[in-house]
Ligand binder design. Structure first.
Ligand SMILES: [Zn+2]
Length: 281
């Protein structure tokens, strides 16, 4: 059985790295979407496009290592985290920051075209209060990332403030404006608003808490599951652990909340469609 966690971080400095992957695998996990953290987390400064590009190459190497040294199939998602943009704008000014982030995102597009990454992410806007200017610029960069993804026919994974129906509608407008295919836009850390997401043309990646997934499956199976595992030993329990998606999936199958068909849709058909990959057992 294929079980995929759609948003998982690894950190070879602060976290368990391969040990976390092995825990995921022992619990029944088979496929992982491994998302870039920040340049800073990887030991780079994050002050110029060059820094982001080095950090991105480092991330690709981590994913290659997972594929070489564990039985799990890992895919890379690479972007510039909205918090990195905010930091840079505060350090060096808005225009400089925008320019560097755009250059870095263009590099990600190349990684997608070369098949080294399956999506641009996490991009989006900060989950905390920032100035009006920075907020607007974040939205512009999010749309720029979407347009690069559209050109390369890859997906995006979006990081945003906490979401509700109204915010989904706003996001839907950007999706239409850019003209990217609706199933190529993944809302990471999505609340269980499966129907709303489908209406506005966004693909929800839902945090795999019991409550969320119970609510999500009532509305349908057009979603993916994620932990947003951050792999940081100093913050245990900050997010769900690496075993959560396989454990939750198996429990839901056992107690009848998921059918076999739901599991196949959530873990195979949905990611294959969104990322244009073929998942093999
Ligand atoms: Zn994340």
């Amino acid at each position: 059985m294929i079980i995929l966690d759609d948003h998982f971080h690894v950190d070879p400095f602060k976290g368990l790295f391969l040990e976390a992957i092995k825990q995921f695998h022992r619990a029944g996990g088979t496929h992982l979407v491994v998302v870039y953290k920040t340049a800073h987390d990887y030991g780079f400064q994050g002050l110029r496009a060059e820094d982001f590009i080095k950090a991105m190459d480092f991330h690709i190497e981590l994913v290659e290592k997972i594929n070489r040294e564990t039985p799990v199939k890992a895919y890379a998602v690479v972007g510039v985290h909205p918090a990195e943009f905010v930091y840079l704008a505060e350090q060096r000014g808005l225009n400089y920051a925008k320019n560097e982030v755009m250059k870095a995102l263009e590099y990600v597009q190349r990684l997608c075209l070369e098949g080294k990454a399956i999506a641009i992410g996490e991009i989006g806007r900060p989950h905390y209060e920032v100035s009006e200017e920075i907020w607007e610029a974040s939205i512009e960069l999010m749309k720029y990332g979407m347009s690069l993804a559209k050109e390369a026919d890859c997906a995006v994974q979006l990081h945003t403030e906490s979401f509700d129906e109204e915010k989904f509608m706003e996001l839907g407008e950007y999706v239409r404006e850019v003209g990217i295919k609706p199933y190529k836009v993944v809302k990471h850390f999505s609340p269980p608003l499966v129907k709303v997401a489908e209406e506005v043309g966004v693909f929800p990646s839902i945090i795999a808490s019991r409550k969320n997934i119970e609510e999500a499956i009532k509305q349908g199976n057009r979603f993916m599951m994620e932990t947003d595992y951050i792999d940081d030993k100093r913050r245990p329990g900050a997010v769900l652990g690496p075993k959560t998606v396989p454990k939750r999936t198996k429990a839901f199958l056992q107690n009848g909340l998921f059918t076999e068909e739901d599991v196949y849709k959530i873990h195979v058909e949905n990611p294959e469609k969104v990322y244009g990959v073929e998942l093999e057992e």
